[in-house]
Design a protein around this ligand. Structure first.
Ligand code: PMP
Length: 398
């Protein structure tokens, strides 16, 4: 049965991680992997998470099964976080939320659900998009096509071309949008652009599918949810997948959510029964711990405040680093304008280097980044910034 299996090439980002670990250069810098890092290069457990874990350890009195949809309290609080309390109340039974094994689990669950009810539906994804969207959505059977999004030369959104492509989408299509902090390019739609895409969805009837993996890492918890909330308020159908990996730092606990809005309570109830059956067929029930931590934090005002305060520090650090990087590169006397990095949001931006230039950074300077020149801003700190800026300047000038 297993004699003739083809060996797949290693995932480039995992190869990069392994090479970074082996590298003895004391100046090495890791800008590859997409996890948040603090000034000391650590990915800490957030204070409120530790406190909630202590509380759970002391009070949890059963490990019995939860349900395919996960915990009600998590689902309730996460829907409030995503949609805002007022809108969530207004949505009532038109909205249902499922706790999922991370955002990835939510993306796959949503794709499997769509495939069940609309086999072979088309989903338009931004060019570029997060690489893992392709297997997560495509392996479920959805037909993936792209729409123009990021202009790598001028460092902006190709909004006219995007709208042109989306104007050809109709009621059988889904359109994947990044809720905030676009991965990999960091360029987010403005409020006016969200309004225009919403209008187009209303006119043409396509269903937006929003992936919001970074709520709170851009401008703020509410600000980052602008597009999600506008669409939830204006459209009759919407899929939103959210993740607690980054904003609660719960990566390995696999904590996320899939929310679905349909036109009527009855349609949502029917869809929920299908989603529950789909979850049951894939993993039966989501893992509990991360979601229990999030529910504990969101239920408790003091923990909630502390979590928001720490998240604010994360956000400020990222935004400050963006400014500091632009300034440090400019101080090296580089001709190119890197100010776009300051305007972009979240953990990622493209430096806009060629593959050769990227390879020089990796091989000659031990600065690790993927070939597309996407960098994790949080991998920068005030210690490695001067070295990073001078190395970038050198490869640009050569
Ligand atoms: N969507 C995007 C765009 C992401 O970058 C990520 C995390 N890298 C996710 C979804 C899902 O993350 P997780 O499964 O860890 O919640």
């Amino acid at each position: 049965m297993f004699e003739n299996i083809k060996n797949l090439p290693a995932d480039p980002i995992l190869g990069l991680m392994a090479a970074y670990r082996k590298d003895n250069n004391p100046h090495k810098v890791d800008l590859g992997v997409g996890v948040y890092k603090d000034e000391e290069g650590r990915t800490p457990v957030m204070r409120a998470v530790k406190a909630a874990e202590h509380h759970l350890l002391a009070t949890q009195d059963s490990k019995t099964y939860v349900a395919p949809a996960g915990q009600d309290s998590f689902n309730h609080h996460i829907a409030n976080l995503v949609f805002g309390k007022r809108l969530n109340t207004e949505l009532g039974g038109r909205r249902v939320t499922f706790q999922t094994p991370g955002g990835c689990g939510g993306l796959r669950l949503a794709a499997e659900f769509v495939q069940k009810v609309r086999p072979g539906a088309r989903i338009l994804v931004s060019d570029p998009t997060w690489a893992n969207h392709i297997p997560l959505l495509g392996d479920a059977g959805l037909r993936i096509e792209t729409y123009p999004y990021y202009d790598k030369v001028n460092h902006g959104i190709r909004f006219d071309q995007m709208m042109d492509a989306l104007s050809k989408a109709g009621s059988d299509d889904l359109v994947l949008l990044h809720g905030c902090c676009h991965n990999p390019c960091g360029a987010d739609l403005t409020q006016q652009q969200w309004q225009a895409v919403t209008e187009l969805a209303l006119q043409n009837g396509f269903t937006p599918f929003i992936d919001m993996a970074y709520q709170g890492l851009g401008d703020g918890l509410d600000e980052d949810a602008y597009g999600v909330r506008l669409m939830a308020e204006s459209l009759s159908e919407l899929i939103v997948v959210s993740s607690c990996s980054k904003n609660f730092g719960l990566y390995r606990e696999r904590t996320g959510a899939l929310s679905l809005i349909t036109g009527t309570q009855n349609a949502t109830a029917a869809a929920a029964s299908q989603i529950a059956a789909t979850a049951r067929g894939m993993y039966s029930m989501p893992p509990d711990h991360g979601a229990a931590v999030v529910a504990t934090i969101l239920e408790d005002q003091a923990l909630n405040n502390d979590w928001q305060a720490e998240l604010q520090q994360v956000r400020s650090r990222i935004n400050d680093l963006r400014g500091a990087l632009v300034k440090a590169i400019a101080e090296q006397g580089v001709d190119q304008d890197f100010s776009f990095i300051q305007a972009e949001k979240g953990m990622f931006s493209f430096l806009g280097l060629s593959v050769d230039q990227v390879h020089r950074l990796v091989n000659d300077y031990s600065i690790y980044l993927v070939d597309s020149s996407r960098i994790n801003i949080a991998g920068i700190n005030h210690n490695n910034l001067p070295y990073l800026a001078s190395s970038i300047a050198t490869v640009l000038k050569d």
